[in-house]
Design a protein around this ligand. Structure first.
Ligand code: PEP
Ligand code: MN
Length: 341
């Protein structure tokens, strides 16, 4: 339910109403949009509520049911787009595009530092790199762990970049959060609900990747876990889905940009690298993402992709990345956007 509050309601009355709802066993999340206050009321399956219950409460003008199971992530609950704030940087602002780039895996200080220098020089804002890697085979490189986090933090600080890395399990959350700005939940863990609830509590923004076979509804419900656990700083990342096509690694679903932006107020980030899996096609898909209105892109790049310990075939070389950034800027300009650092 969304409770639209009367325009003249005071903050004290809202507080009073929130407490009353809590007493009824309901969680009320306030929002303030276009000059109007609203409360999104969340309830569990065993706590069904009816619109009539609210109509008689003071301060309420209208009661709107949610059309979907997800509530806090929905654009019904909040009209204004969510901005991700990290220090003095913002992700998700209107007319802005954030570029995140870096290797699939952090391999050495030299590798991540060389990459960071290029990301910063070319106009990227966030350095990516995996320290705990979800590899399909147990015999493949699993990541440098804490050592990798230390390397990435040092490289990012040197070049004034934010950082993002994947957290795969509950035990890794505090360690990763102590070094890194944005916590990534990988496609394979999109429906690891305990991980979603725990990562929400780390006090850091979360980039949630779409599962390989997840519908928009399942994706948004996964994000709802994080918001309902108290963390509204969430980005949705489309990274390709499984289809019958097997020439490319996955099928990048560009429709996810306008669809998710219509269904939700959360920023939408596109990962063309995992989306297509072939280096040659990554720049075109990054341009398509920006043209479609994505809030950002996340790109795998490597100083020597042929020697990369993971995802080399889809990683751009550093010069290819810089060239891609130049064309990305033109596309951004054509749709009234700007790539921001
Ligand atoms: C990655 O970002 O390197 C990664 C493993 O992504 P995904 O979870 O989308 O496969
Ligand atoms: Mn990868």
């Amino acid at each position: 339910m969304l409770l639209l509050l009367k325009p003249d309601i005071t903050p004290v009355e809202i507080e009073h109403l929130t407490r009353r709802l809590a007493w009824m066993g309901l969680q009320a999340v306030p929002s303030h949009d276009e000059g109007r206050y609203a409360l999104a009321v969340v309830h569990g399956e065993n706590n069904q509520v009816r619109a009539e219950q609210f109509k008689s409460l003071p301060g309420i003008e209208a009661v709107l049911p949610f059309a979907q199971k997800y509530k806090l992530v929905s654009s019904t609950a909040k009209k204004q787009r969510t901005l991700i704030r990290i220090g003095d940087k913002i992700i998700g602002a209107e007319n802005q595009v954030t570029v995140m780039a870096g290797p699939c895996s952090i391999e050495s200080f030299e590798q991540i530092e060389t990459t960071a220098a290029e990301v910063a020089r070319a106009g990227g804002a966030v350095l990516r790199g995996g320290a705990f890697k979800p590899r399909t085979s147990p015999y493949e490189f699993q990541g440098l762990g804490e050592q990798g986090l230390q390397y990435m933090q040092a490289a990012a600080r040197k070049h004034n970049l934010l950082t993002i890395t994947e957290v795969m399990s509950l035990e890794q959350i505090d360690l990763v959060a102590s070094y890194i700005d944005i916590l990534q939940i990988g496609a394979r863990n999109m429906q690891n609900f305990n991980l979603l609830k725990a990562v929400a509590k780390a006090g850091k923004p979360v980039l949630l990747k779409r599962g390989q076979a997840a519908t928009y509804n399942e994706f948004l419900l996964a994000a709802e876990y994080i918001l309902s656990a108290g963390n509204a700083q969430v980005m949705l990342c489309e990274r390709g889905i499984r289809t019958f096509e097997n020439y490319t690694r996955n099928t990048l679903d560009i429709a996810a940009v306008p669809v998710l932006q219509a269904l939700s107020h959360l920023p939408v980030i596109i990962d063309p690298s995992h989306g297509v899996g072939i280096r040659q096609f990554v720049p075109a898909l990054a341009r398509a993402a920006v043209a479609a209105g994505a809030d950002g892109v996340i790109i795998e790049i490597h100083p020597d992709p042929d020697k990369a310990l993971s995802d080399g075939p889809q990683s751009l070389t550093l010069p290819q990345f810089t060239e891609m950034m130049q064309t990305l800027r033109k596309v951004a300009q054509a749709v009234d956007k700007q790539i921001v650092k």
